[in-house]
Design a protein around this ligand. Structure first.
Ligand code: FES
Length: 166
């Protein structure tokens, strides 16, 4: 039994996806980058609580976690928009039109990967393979993966998600 059981910072269900990533890699330190990708895809950025939680679970010194999080340009420590859309740019999704998804978001919301809309409603990031190649093109909205996406469908899901806030 693991005497040092660790728990997610909140009961937000997106933490389950983060836990799954770590567990899939045996909660080993080697899972660090993969796990940070999952945190960012789910929450849009790497918040301090998330970094502590990941450090403890993977038994990696917190200083090293910060080192990795700040070294790679695709990670961000700053809060982004209220919702995060991650478009998978893995090979299968790319072939199935991931670029058209990015183009549609750019046209509708005026943002490119790494940007957030002015009203802070939506951040757009890209992901590597999210493990849903069979249903490419895939993307996630606040950590929930959707497959067989067309530009129209993705835009309507985003719209629906944003309108739930109002
Ligand atoms: S390449 Fe997109 S889910 Fe695998």
């Amino acid at each position: 039994m693991n005497a040092q059981a660790t728990y997610p910072p909140t009961d937000d269900k997106r933490w389950r996806l983060v836990e799954n990533t770590m567990r899939r890699h045996g909660n080993q330190p080697a899972a660090l980058i993969e796990t940070l990708h999952t945190v960012q895809e789910c929450f849009g950025y790497l918040e301090a609580n998330a970094l502590s939680y990941v450090a403890t679970t993977l038994r990696v010194p917190l200083s090293k976690v910060y080192g990795v999080a700040t070294f790679y340009h695709f990670f961000t420590l700053k809060p982004q928009g209220r919702h995060t859309c991650a478009v998978c740019l893995g090979t299968a999704c790319y072939i199935k039109g991931a670029q058209t998804l990015l183009d549609a978001i750019k046209e509708r919301y005026g943002i490119t990967p790494g940007q957030t809309t002015e009203d802070q409603n939506l951040s757009l990031v890209t992901a590597r393979c999210v493990g849903a190649c069979g249903i490419a093109a895939a993307g996630s909205l606040d950590g929930e993966v959707h497959g067989k996406l067309t530009a129209e469908e993705l835009l309507s899901r985003i719209q629906e998600t944003i309108s739930h806030d109002t």
